[in-house]
Design a protein around this ligand. Structure first.
Ligand code: SF4
Length: 357
């Protein structure tokens, strides 16, 4: 236990001298902590900071977030990716308003039951807001502890997560749970970084087993490497002189409820000849009319966590709007700005140039 205590103390010392000044660290408002944690889940601090400030300015309280349309929340999230985070934030804000009279629940289990909040985020909220002794174990913590103790337990299994959570709880100074959690995460983020950490200036150099064994690069151990899948997307910007067609993605997935141009998806690459034969293409562009397909983008790669998207994009100018496109929403071009769109769609819009959106 002595050794563990000294590790905790060293961490807190290091943190008092090296911590970054960030707005969500100067608050014990559980709503603001929640928003910051959700934004930072898949986003770097620099980018997240800008979004956090804009989000909190527009939705300063849980009630302010709950009362707007989901579409507006998605618009404020635009560009951050992983849009289910924004949908869940909005849904859970409404739960807090309806079931907790707009007061953030002060109970770990109740928080864990809110949509989009897992053990990590619940622990962050209760420890930062109320100093409750729940360990937060994120990628930074896994990396630091696995190197410090040369732990070969994979970090991406239930057993591994439990192991690291218990270890973190043992290291924690329970009277300063919030600061300890901030310190250990910040240490992994700034000092024990993923690639080539500068161990020569590390306060744990003497204790670090991975450093002593020259095996730093081997930690953390992971069991399952993420498998990515290729997907081929064919988008169509179909427009007449002042309108264009879009649709809202209602299917479950990372882009649910966002808007995009008509799309044909394929698991294999399609030549234009093959594309023409697909049922969607034949339905939208029936024979008997002339169409002018202008190729704007061809096989552009866009990498997501589990997918590699290869995008081809056509512009199709029409004199009048055929019934075959009735399944889409026709909007004035000038209104496109108002619709929340995903990052790839932003790239497609940019490729059209300033006057053609
Ligand atoms: S010595 Fe290097 S590997 Fe070990 S904890 Fe410090 S920075 Fe991380």
């Amino acid at each position: 236990m002595d050794k563990f205590n000294s590790i905790g103390e060293k961490l807190m010392d290091w943190y008092s001298q090296n911590q970054r000044i960030l707005p969500w660290r100067n608050t014990n408002d559980p709503y603001k902590i929640w928003i910051s944690e959700i934004i930072l889940q898949q986003t770097r601090v620099i980018q997240g900071l800008e979004y956090y400030n804009r989000f909190i300015q527009r939705f300063p309280t849980v009630a302010a977030l709950a009362e707007v349309d989901e579409q507006e929340v998605l618009k404020y999230w635009q560009g951050l990716g992983y849009y289910s985070r924004a949908r869940n934030l909005h849904f859970s804000a409404q739960t807090i308003v309806n079931e907790y009279n707009s007061n953030f629940p002060k109970d770990y289990q109740a928080i864990l039951h809110l949509k989009g909040i897992g053990e990590y985020t619940a622990a962050a909220i209760v420890s930062f807001a109320w100093n409750m002794p729940y360990p937060v174990v994120d990628g930074n913590v896994f990396r630091f502890l696995s190197r410090l103790f040369a732990i070969d337990e994979p970090v991406d299994t239930g057993k591994g997560k439990k192991y690291f959570t218990e270890l973190c709880a043992e290291l924690m100074d329970q009277s300063q749970a919030g600061t300890f959690n901030q310190a250990i995460m910040e240490f992994g983020a700034l000092q024990c970084v993923p690639a080539s950490p500068d161990c020569s200036v590390c306060p744990f150099q003497a204790e670090c087993l991975a450093y002593a064994r020259k095996t730093v690069a081997l930690y953390p151990v992971k069991q399952n490497k993420t498998r990515t899948k290729d997907l081929y997307l064919y988008y169509f910007h179909i427009c007449d002189s002042d309108s264009l067609y879009i649709r809202q993605r209602t299917e479950k997935g990372i882009w649910q409820n966002l808007y995009e141009f008509p799309l044909i998806e394929s698991e294999i690459p399609l030549s234009f000849h093959q594309l023409v034969k697909t049922p969607s293409f034949q339905k939208w562009f029936p024979q008997g009319r002339d169409y002018d397909f202008q190729l704007v983008i061809e096989h552009r790669k866009h990498v997501l966590s589990h997918r590699i998207l290869h995008t081809t994009f056509y512009k199709v100018a029409l004199d009048e709007c055929p019934e075959s496109l009735d399944a889409f929403t026709k909007i004035p071009m000038s209104d496109m700005e108002q619709y929340p769109v995903h990052r790839l769609m932003q790239i497609l819009l940019q490729s059209l140039g300033p006057d053609s959106d």
